[in-house]
Ligand binder design. Sequence first.
Ligand SMILES: Cc1cc2nc3c(=O)[nH]c(=O)nc-3n(C[C@H](O)[C@H](O)[C@H](O)COP(=O)(O)OP(=O)(O)OC[C@H]3O[C@@H](n4cnc5c(N)ncnc54)[C@H](O)[C@@H]3O)c2cc1C
Length: 503
Amino acid sequence: MDSDLHSNHQPRVVIIGAGFAGLGAATTLVKHGVKNLVILEALDRAGGRVWTHKPFGTAAVELGATWIHGQDDNPLYQMAKERGLLADDEFSMVTCQPVSVTPQDYFFNEQGKQLPSTQVEHVTGFFGRLMSQINQQDYKPECQSLSVGEYLDREFSLTDLSKAEGSEDIYEWCKRVECIDEACNSMYEFSLSQLGLYTALEGPFFNSLGSKGYQALLDLLIGQLPSNSLRCRKPVQCIQWEGSSSSGLKASKHPINVVCEDGEQFPTDHVIVTVSLGCLKERATTLFDPPLPKGKMEAIQRLGFGTVAKIFLEFSKPFWPDDCAGIQLVWQQGPESLKGYSDGCKQQLWRSEWFKKIGGFDCVPMHKSTLCGWITGLAAEHMETLPESEVGEVCVRLLKKFTGWPVTELQGVLRSTWYTNPYIRGSYTNVPVGVDAVKEQMALAEPLPSTYQRKSLLPLQVLFAGEATHPNFYTTTHGAYMSGVREAERLIKLYESKVNPRL
Ligand SMILES: Cc1cc2nc3c(=O)[nH]c(=O)nc-3n(C[C@H](O)[C@H](O)[C@H](O)COP(=O)(O)OP(=O)(O)OC[C@H]3O[C@@H](n4cnc5c(N)ncnc54)[C@H](O)[C@@H]3O)c2cc1C
């Protein structure tokens, strides 16, 4: 890219979205000398699905991503480590086991009875081992067209554990909590054969990037941008790329025109689109002119994008024991069994019984009086529509009913609204049953004009990054960041090959 970059005719690059993908792309371009770039961000802040918030005092809570998933080859872990951002406390690390529970998790059933830890350990241990095997693609080959939920049920029914009283309810709890990792409504919607394509990096998960939270990493990246290149409150309405019928575009020396909702226009040579898959599902038909090719539209429709929500509850003082890491709710009947799921869908129980999808409430690092509840899928999307006060009251009722403890005064409620947010529309990507993840993710990531389009068009006009486009690390912050770096490097290579055509 050097000759063009160091001439007076630098290519212009517009990046849409200032999440980790957008920031990864921008900082990589800057490192290679690109100065003519702008990031258009719809929200009033950078970070996207990472949002460090301080609602209950000076310490941060994370409304979106909390953990840095794994260490080896994780660029965000490396960055945080080099800059001394990793907090070193008891909460800061967990091993990356599916459904990892600690002896400090208190499990209660609906009758207010605390469940014996040995029984909980047996069932959660079994479930965790089974999920690890699935993640390593070690499952019975004849089952590969099944959903994860069907496979799990099959294996569980073969064990003696399934016959022990109360164990099935704990097993259903495991499935409910696993929906958080997979951002799915139900384990019956989620593909068994595709799950192992996600790659878990070695090393524990890290939490607690000091009291500044994930924001510390965002600040590090934002600090590397040229001044005034980050434009917040700038929602993009349409990307007119070459071939667009827009008359203004034909007269411009740039092949692309990015039009914002407020009417401001950004003529450019390249645009890197990092908006979430949820946004693409909702507005891909109007966001691009000319429209996206068929293969890309199909990829957008076929890949799944589920909702995971957090509910933070701030109490006047803790009412749980000092050693408690979380209060887990084990329902007797819920939406996790195949029957419960089918009945629930038919009767739309996720509206009236949305709270049955709450797996439990975890203690929050650095907040001694705060709990964080987790909820997924259609129930989470319904929860987002309710008044925050109602959500808080329901949670308090649940905590009283299950634990029987004297619940102290609820002083504050903050719940995430990732689905309702028009510029996010969900939480992260999943792969539904019957979908070929590699094929669809490649189609999603392919730049435009695609190799199938006219050769005469200027190359790499519209590039695609974002968590959903990463074939191995989708769902994560490092996957998002690496996808942005990938697209920036694609552009850099284009200009390098112009200098040296053999490249
Ligand atoms: C509740 C929750 C918990 C999570 N936990 C973890 C975790 O512990 N660890 C982990 O690694 N990952 C976690 N994730 C996932 C992680 O947050 C995402 O994978 C990652 O942040 C996605 O980054 P991105 O840049 O691809 O997309 P985004 O962060 O969504 O960024 C895209 C940006 O584009 C903007 N945008 C959208 N439309 C427009 C438009 N028309 N014009 C201009 N701008 C637009 C959006 O406002 C947004 O800022 C979690 C996510 C959620 C929601």
